[in-house]
Write a new protein. Sequence first.
Length: 571
Amino acid sequence: MTKNREVALALNEISLLLQIEGTDKFKHLSYARAARSVTGLGEDIEVIRARGELEKIPGVGTGISKKIESFLDTGSIKLLDELREQVPVKVWELDAIPDVGPKTIKMLYQELGIIDLDSLEKALNEGKLDDLKGMGEKTLEKMREGIAIARLGSSRTLMSDALTAAEPVVTELRRLADVRQVEIAGSLRRRRETIGDIDILVDAVEESKVMDYFVSASYVEEVLAHGSTKSAIRTKDGLQIDLRIVPAESYGAGLQYFTGSVDHNVKLRSIGVKKGLRLNEYGLFRGEEKIAGSDEEGIYKALGLAYIPPELREDRGEIEAAQEGKLPNLITINDIRGDLHIHTDQSDGKNTIDEMLTAAAKKKYEYYCLSDHTQSLTIANGMDESRLLKRIDEIDDLNVSGNWRMKILKGAEVDILADGSLDIEDSVLSQLDVVTVSVHSRMKDDKKKMTERVCHALENKHVHVLGHPTGRLLLKRPEFEINLEDVFETAKKHNVVMELNAHPQRLDLNAGNLRAATRIGLKIAINTDAHYTSELDFMQFGVFQARRGWVTKNDVVNSYSLSNLMKAIKK
Ligand SMILES: [Zn+2]
Ligand SMILES: [Zn+2]
């Protein structure tokens, strides 16, 4: 269990508090940058510290590295404690409201003494914000919705974070001599985008030994319950993990039951009833006789169903498909042959081209597309035409150098401007292998405008992929308003691929949208949008999401060989 997340949260809190306290104009920027770097680390920060390399983390100088050390040793930072005393505001709570930043938080605190979500909600309900400057009816309405989003965020965790927390726990449990079987269950096993609690299911030789071990492990911050068959702990990352012990003869039934979803299980039980069978967490029974229960496959089989992968268990037609033997043959991580959307330090990525290529080569990719931002994204140091042309030459050189087995594709993530035009000339776009277009600005356009804007961009004859089509950031920013049906139709007409952005905070498109897209024959590109070498690992999260969306290998262009990929995206 790493402390990366806690360190990043502390640095981010310092940055927010500095902005509210307001004596220094720039110091907060370096803390925000350091927080972002720590979040993106592909390695345990304590391991980096042990090597004496904290200062090598981008944005972490001597001052901040000392503070990180203090945090790792004592759990606190003097500057943070002082700031909290001066500004007793739960900034992380208020900052989680979409469109509310330090400026607003400061104003709310100074004018109305608002310090957290509860006091903000109370003030809103009492009409105290009505007379504040810049608070129109629409802004207040958005703020109300935003409070709900922020609340959700504090009670839920990204699937990627939950998996990162759960996998080492499972690995440690598996090593115990008393553990026969151990699996993650619950919504995490179904790979939902966000997770409440983590459920782990164990089949053990001696229950009490496993439980004693679990509640006293190094990652435990607080023991919430300690029983012989069920215990619950809170980790140092603030996640709740429930561990259940189930006897071997019921392990499959328990795993099936605790994996859910509730809707899926209700329908399974009703199918059982029609066959004169009773299904519960202990097994599948005919009268008193148990006919299945030790493994999941046996339960589905006895109910007359093909085995249903956990990602599909939402009662969205998977049970009917399993009855008819028509379950989709879902994409797997091993099917992926390349990544079509990554950034380098030439725009806002943190690693060089060479470092990104080396990381991709380790994945044994067949092709890899460098797709940095374009010029209108100035904060990301986007490329203009002349830089892009230079990049094209550079990639040609790399491809003939013989240093790389994979084909390096020429790409860009081109900005869709307000009117739907692109910020790079057609004459340059035509020289790229993969042109991805994305919305990064004016995300509050109304539905009609946004739909027309994106559709217009897709009509450009050089465009191959629509990047992160809804712009959402999970637990942070809702999708922008857009009519995806129209977008899909336009994409179909102009042979544009939909991206499934695998960044765990995006997972954009969502499962339902993926199904709608592939239903009309659109192809999908599962891309990491990596800004660090470590983020190439995001591919797995994209594949999980694709599976939730019933996506097969044939639907995914970056599972194709290079020549088939080029054929598939050809205009
Ligand atoms: Zn983007
Ligand atoms: Zn990107």
